[in-house]
Design a protein around this ligand. Structure first.
Ligand SMILES: Cc1cc2nc3c(=O)[nH]c(=O)nc-3n(C[C@H](O)[C@H](O)[C@H](O)COP(=O)(O)OP(=O)(O)OC[C@H]3O[C@@H](n4cnc5c(N)ncnc54)[C@H](O)[C@@H]3O)c2cc1C
Length: 412
């Protein structure tokens, strides 16, 4: 419902991150009538973050949902942006079949895990359609900056927030700052990039905002789980064997994960008759191979990391071998599949490591999502609440933060 008083038009908002949370936030701000300048800053080439779709410049038919393969809405009521997204044709019901693997080889059909409860949805044409649809709802007035990495944050006394790039160039000044990712607030950025301190912590030192300090301490304590994902594109001639499996999404219980090092397998038909297979490792497997990031991963490109000396191929082979052995009761001939899959080219058999795939509960309490004094907001799946660690949480926290911001802007 549109607010009664019109929010101020003079207070600008800069949002870092165009994952589901950042996109839902800007869409909801506009839906609630905010006319203020809004800018969205994203290091990736497009929206979606961990709920995005990988394409290939060289292979037009290549399309893999390499992070989240679907989204589930388990809470009520539905997020407010669901209806307009459905009307716009951006989402459709997930029509696949789920199954659970228990122990080594016990298959239980139609059993869901935490990602399969409630209403199940996918982007129509790939998971990145969710982020795209949200940005379409936000409209062209929201300035979108893709391929822009925010490296430094400053807030001079009494002045606006300043977002700076890697060479300390000024990207934008804004009255309100929103972080839809923990990257600039969490000490893991020190390890990942060799930075002396998380940028928001540096900026907060001179602000004297106890609520922001509390939020930063809590964020610093949030642990994350990694995933090493194997991405396969199976040629048309072999695809039917995979598409004929009795499930489109297989999730493994604890003993099965321990046995195979695999958490989930998502089978994704491609329009040209091929099929994508995305194998999500268990968190233990990923933790054991954290140094192997995959030469196609975003972090490798962003940081121009050197090839990891054959280790990537070892991890790809280990996951391939576990996959074909695990699926042998339904796919048959593990050794034959292993050698067939080994003939795939480098772009058809890739490793994608998500260093921070899932935050570990309890996350940041929602009382700390909005730090009025320092004019900082947080949204994303790392905030506690319904949907924590899932798309649903990212989406709902984006909408909730929009309501808090609108309320604040109406006072001006
Ligand atoms: C392998 C995998 C499988 C999953 N499966 C499911 C599932 O089945 N169902 C489900 O609901 N969820 C699933 N999830 C979780 C789901 O993807 C996330 O909960 C959700 O996408 C989080 O959205 P977000 O907007 O909070 O964060 P993100 O998607 O991480 O978005 C944050 C964005 O901020 C950008 N960014 C960060 N720092 C900067 C900076 N300094 N400058 C510019 N840009 C920056 C990042 O590039 C990113 O795009 C899965 C995740 C993974 C990795």
């Amino acid at each position: 419902m549109a607010p009664t008083a019109r929010p101020s038009t003079s207070q600008s908002i800069a949002v870092i991150g165009a994952g589901v949370a950042g996109c839902a936030l800007v869409a909801q701000l506009r839906r609630l009538g905010v006319q203020a300048p809004i800018s969205l800053w994203e290091t990736g080439r497009g929206p979606g973050g961990r709920a995005s779709t990988r394409f290939s410049r060289l292979d037009g038919g290549f399309r893999l949902d390499h992070g989240a393969p679907l989204l589930n809405l388990s809470g009520a009521p539905d997020p407010q942006l669901l209806a307009p997204l459905l009307e716009g044709g951006w989402l459709e019901p997930w029509a696949g079949r789920a199954a659970r693997l228990e122990g080594e080889a016990q298959l239980r059909l139609d059993l869901a895990d935490a990602y399969g409860l409630g209403g199940l949805w996918v982007g129509k044409g790939g998971m990145n359609q969710l982020g795209k649809g949200l940005l379409q709802l936000a409209g062209p007035e929201v300035e979108q900056h893709f391929g822009s990495f925010v490296r430094h944050l400053q807030r001079p006394r009494g002045g606006p927030w300043r977002l700076l790039g890697v060479d300390r160039e000024l990207l934008v000044e804004a009255d309100w700052l929103v972080l839809s990712s923990t990257l600039l607030a969490h000490p893991r950025s020190q390890l990942l990039f060799g930075w002396p301190e998380a940028p928001l912590k540096t900026a907060a030192a001179s602000l004297g905002d106890l609520q922001l300090d509390h939020a930063l301490t809590t964020i610093a304590g949030i642990r994350v789980e990694a995933r090493s994902n194997l991405l396969l594109v199976i040629p048309e001639g072999w695809a039917h064997a995979w598409l004929d499996l009795p499930f489109g999404l297989l999730h493994c219980d604890g003993p099965a994960q321990q046995r195979w090092g695999i958490r989930r397998v998502s089978i994704q038909p491609l329009a040209d008759g091929r099929c994508g297979v995305v194998v999500h490792s268990s968190d233990v497997f990923a933790a054991d191979h954290l140094d192997v990031y995959g030469s196609h991963s975003a972090v490798a490109t962003m940081l121009q990391l050197p090839p990891d000396g054959g280790r990537e191929e070892t991890v790809i082979s280990a996951l391939t071998s576990a996959l074909v052995q695990m699926l042998a009761p339904w796919l048959g001939d593990a050794a034959g599949w292993q050698s067939r899959l080994e003939t795939l080219g480098a772009s058809e058999r890739q490793l994608m490591r998500w260093a921070a795939a899932f935050p570990v509960a309890p996350g940041l309490p929602t009382e700390l999502m909005f730090c009025r004094q320092s004019r900082v907001g947080f949204c994303g799946d790392y905030l506690a609440g319904v949907g924590f660690g899932r798309i649903e949480g990212a989406w709902r926290r984006g909408e909730e933060l929009a309501a808090l911001l609108v309320n604040q802007l109406q006072r001006h």
